[in-house]
Design a binder for this molecule. Structure first.
Ligand SMILES: [Zn+2]
Length: 411
């Protein structure tokens, strides 16, 4: 093969192969490259300034994509430059994105593999340590994130997610329109969300937020009111329905569990049935529920109350929505269902944020879908002690996947 052919196959723009070494036994290929004669643009790797003259040369060896069965390394002749701002520095080279011993396209191949497989699998595939794969993947995602255009934030979602015993609660701020997480913060205090507004958005961006979809959680509400006073607070339907489900479960326990072993046996394992919406149940499951309701009228009432609360979000006019909510709470009279009375108080206390849904139709369920993605990443990956990495990974997932599984359920 002629020297020119080596250069063509390697295909590094501006670089020519001037020496090569093949080890057929070890299946390795080593190539030495230097700049082509016309390629004289020197850039400081510290600040990006153009430098006229090199000061001296040095060498770096990086792993590149394999050639057939041959594991390939490239030795690059590099210039050092004397930058007026940074002092003596290595020149910036397109194919060397970091100090790690890998070419840019090798890192890209690893990063792309990480999008559909676990770090453990990718490590096996490329013959790298798992920690190396994660470090490459993180740099790959950082480069992607630096170059992409970020969508405007108009509908903000705020939720918390439990990340296990060591990290505990993390607050997740997300863009409900693009369906991606924007930021993670430790704990779920007012200060947590304050930090998001202070460090991630400027005054103009804060002013552009039209609505925020949150749980009925005071610290988040007061942070939003302070930083983005024109933003409408909309209480998330899914969170409200979670409270309703909890109330049904409380009734189930009060009515069956505390009434002896026989009754307890009847209701055992029926929890999820009660938490599932009627329309999602098969006919034999409905029969199970009907059997349960025949034994206990209170439980039936609780289930119906939960089911009918869903209708609240079908209203478009505040007046009609408010009327429906009032008639719903009236049904609680004489029922002796303390769990639901508590829920009704909560809804009345937060009525403004419930009615706001008539003014701004935010996309419910997005926050849950994002949480679901984060949880599935955690299940697959482990190694997410680095929250920044987890965030970028979840963002990439949201942007590349056009449809989330949970979106369909929410619709
Ligand atoms: Zn410089």
């Amino acid at each position: 093969m002629r020297r020119n052919d080596w250069t063509k196959i390697l295909g590094w723009p501006g670089y020519t192969v001037f020496q090569q070494e093949i080890d057929e036994k070890a299946k390795t290929l080593k190539l030495w490259v230097r700049r082509k004669r016309g390629n004289r643009r020197l850039i400081c790797s510290g600040c990006g300034a153009r430098i006229a003259e090199p000061s001296d040369t040095t060498e770096r060896e990086v792993r590149d994509l394999p050639w057939g069965e041959f594991r390939t390394t490239v030795v690059i002749e590099l210039y050092r430059v004397r930058c007026p701002k940074c002092g003596l520095r290595i020149e910036k080279v397109e194919q060397l994105p970091s100090k790690a011993p890998f070419s840019k396209r090798f890192e890209e191949a690893v990063g792309e593999a990480c999008e559909s497989a676990s770090a453990r699998r990718v490590a096996q595939q490329f013959g790298l340590a798992q920690s190396t794969v994660r470090a490459i993947d993180l740099r790959y995602l950082e480069r992607w994130n630096a170059l992409r255009k970020k969508p405007v934030l108009r509908h903000l979602g705020v939720d918390e997610i439990f990340l296990g015993k060591s990290v505990k609660f993390v607050t997740v701020a997300s863009n409900l329109e693009s369906g991606e997480p924007l930021w993670f913060g430790h704990e779920r205090k007012k200060e947590t969300l304050d930090e998001f507004f202070r460090t991630e958005l400027n005054a103009r961006q804060r002013g552009r937020i039209e609505a925020a979809c949150v749980d009925m959680w005071e610290p988040f509400k007061s942070s939003i009111q302070e930083w983005s006073p024109n933003c409408a607070i909309v209480y998330d339907k899914f969170h409200i329905m979670q409270h309703a489900n909890k109330a049904v479960d409380e009734v189930r326990r009060a009515e069956f569990f505390r009434k002896g072993a026989r009754m307890r046996e009847i209701v055992k394992g029926k929890r999820w049935l009660l938490l599932t919406r009627w329309v999602h149940l098969s006919s034999d499951k409905r029969q199970h529920l009907n059997h349960l309701f025949a034994l206990n009228r209170k439980l039936m009432k609780a289930y119906l109350l939960k089911e009918s609360l869903e209708r609240l979000w079908t209203y478009t006019y505040e007046g009609a929505m408010l009327r429906y909510l009032k008639s719903w709470t009236l049904q609680l009279r004489w029922q002796r269902l303390p769990a639901f009375e508590k829920l009704a108080h909560m809804l009345i206390d937060h009525v403004e944020g419930i009615l706001n849904y008539c003014r701004v139709k935010v996309r419910f369920g997005v926050v849950e879908a994002i949480n679901g993605n984060i949880k599935s990443l955690l299940r697959r990956g482990r190694g997410y002690k680095n929250l920044r990495y987890l965030l970028l990974k979840a963002q990439r997932m949201a942007v590349t996947k056009t449809e989330f599984l949970a979106f369909r359920k929410a619709a």
